[in-house]
Design a protein around this ligand. Sequence first.
Ligand SMILES: Cc1ccnnc1
Length: 297
Amino acid sequence: YPYRTGAIEEDYEVGQDLGAGQFAVVKRVRHRKTGKFYAAKYIRKRKVKTSRRGVPQEEIEKEIAVLQDLDHPRIVKLRESWNTANEIILVLELVSGGELFDYLAEREQLTENEAAGIIKQVLETISYMHELKIAHFDLKPENVMCLPGNVPAGGAPKIKLVDFGLSQRCDLGIEVTAMHGTPEFVAPEVLAFEPIGLEADLWSIGVITYILLSGCSPFQGDDKAETFQRIAQMDYSFDDEDFAGVSQDAKDFIEMLFTRNPLERATAKDCLKSSWIKRFTPEGVAIDVEAEMRVLR
Ligand SMILES: Cc1ccnnc1
């Protein structure tokens, strides 16, 4: 793979941290010649097979290969990669509006129109990836970045997917790997070590939708083990308080995704045809305060 070698500082001015994961740090960098900003993802290389630190080089190269195969407006583009002594650095398109995770934190929960606007973009992106038989396998609010710029009242921010570190090609339709997604978002078939495939992404989208609408995580337990147990048992509910005012359409949409059997679970294309997604309006909904007040009385 044609890595750049030498010091990235030769070509880029290294700025502030944008985020950090288990074995990666993302920093904002500025290309000296053009003045353009990018996101540099520094991934620690695993030197020794038995070590637990860092990522094996061939796994990093899988992420690079997937990013090179993908060309979509809602997926961050890879500009180049550097190979240094301890790290591989991916120079990625910069998405500077922050994580969806933080967008949600500021708002506690979103209106249905905002949530549907975000989920619709995620579904369009995943639908494109699934046509190429590529699964993301780590969908969560931290991996959905918002573009800067004002959001039309009641509408949704434009988003891009980042972090393809766990993504896999699933040509055979099944890919049995002892995978490590993020507990809260992992599909039951992953926990049962059953063959996993593209459908696992749709389960995760169900979890994200549940969180956007209620501000609560459907399967989260006090620890990893409890979370896994609740997922395996499909132990979730739409708490009246958390889901006050949330439409039946929205709950039906989530239930379509929380289907235990991956082969019966809705696909991204099915979801895009659902009434909950179809009624999303980009310009937001003019809120009839009087009508809202009648509901709350
Ligand atoms: C964190 C991040 C990753 C990729 N692009 N922008 C920001």
